[in-house]
Design a protein around this ligand. Sequence first.
Ligand SMILES: Cc1cc2nc3c(=O)[nH]c(=O)nc-3n(C[C@H](O)[C@H](O)[C@H](O)COP(=O)(O)OP(=O)(O)OC[C@H]3O[C@@H](n4cnc5c(N)ncnc54)[C@H](O)[C@@H]3O)c2cc1C
Length: 336
Amino acid sequence: MKHHFNFSLKNYNTFGVESVARELIEFDEEEELLKFFRDNIPENKLILGGGSNILFTKDFEGTVIHYKKKGIEILSEDDNEIILRSHAGEDWDALVEFSVQNNWYGIENLSLIPGTVGAAPVQNIGAYGVEMKDCLIEVEGVSLLELKKEILPAAKCNFGYRTSIFKEKLKNQFLITAVVIKLSKTKKLNLDYRALRDYFQGRNFEEIDINEVRKGVIEIRQSKLPNPSELGNAGSFFKNPVIDEERLSYFQSLYRDIPYHKIGEAIYKVPAAWLIEKAGLKGKRIGNVDVHKNQALVIVNYGDATGKEIIDFAEMVKNTVNEKFGIKLEYEVNII
Ligand SMILES: Cc1cc2nc3c(=O)[nH]c(=O)nc-3n(C[C@H](O)[C@H](O)[C@H](O)COP(=O)(O)OP(=O)(O)OC[C@H]3O[C@@H](n4cnc5c(N)ncnc54)[C@H](O)[C@@H]3O)c2cc1C
């Protein structure tokens, strides 16, 4: 366990913005945390993983909790399935790589998503037609309200599009210390997503193997998304908005090329990136902040931007889209 005071979070967030935490405590074990907070659970607390889905807009006048335990273990297996438990401090992509190397199917489409395993259920990470909830059995953790260990089965996690109980009701109240997932040992690939179908165009889909899918996902991501170690960013800054059939028909009468994806009875998801681009903001730069030229969902810090400058820029994007389309974009990134 390490205890820091007045700690700079600049290297603890992928936007690379400066923010000083009054206190940061790094824990390696659940028991340490339970013992440390036994008499006094801080009121103002923030759970921090790899900082790849967070924007600090100011200093944090509270206690940052950083849980570091790594490791992946097999809980059980049969001829068809394997159940793995990964500790929360493990790198998410290390878990994906390990699974792919062993030909265990289910999370290969989630390759190269930055961050920790512990944060993956928080926003129910998703990419290329697969979400965390698809393989999750349960989440282990510590309730920071009652200071006791708890296990939450997937059915109680309220998973939705880029959300869960950990991003809403239990935000900063439940420290995820491990996740238990189920993967398939029999070949089961999900190549329905357009970008993947395009990538494998001309190939016999039956012959594609899991390693090729991981490689494909990595190549597609690297061609579109800025690498946070080179350009500060937190991936998609906005969620894709959901609209009803009436609004979709109205937009179709104005823009015949509007892309959409049906997600329920008369409910559609429209790409926020398309709205931002149509609002003329793709590549727009103010000072050291811009809308990325290859992916309009991503806001980039070119160097020394402050969190305040980035959030002001994001508000400008939100307002411009709202003025043009009457759609209020929501942030996917956690704003602190
Ligand atoms: C280049 C880039 C690409 C990305 N692509 C995708 C993508 O394709 N799909 C996608 O879904 N996301 C994507 N993201 C967002 C991000 O990688 C994920 O949300 C990731 O799960 C965040 O992990 P983290 O450890 O960095 O979490 P952090 O940013 O540290 O925290 C995120 C949230 O989770 C909470 N949290 C963190 N750890 C725990 C824990 N152990 N227990 C309880 N709460 C916790 C935090 O309080 C915070 O609210 C991308 C980000 C980047 C920079």
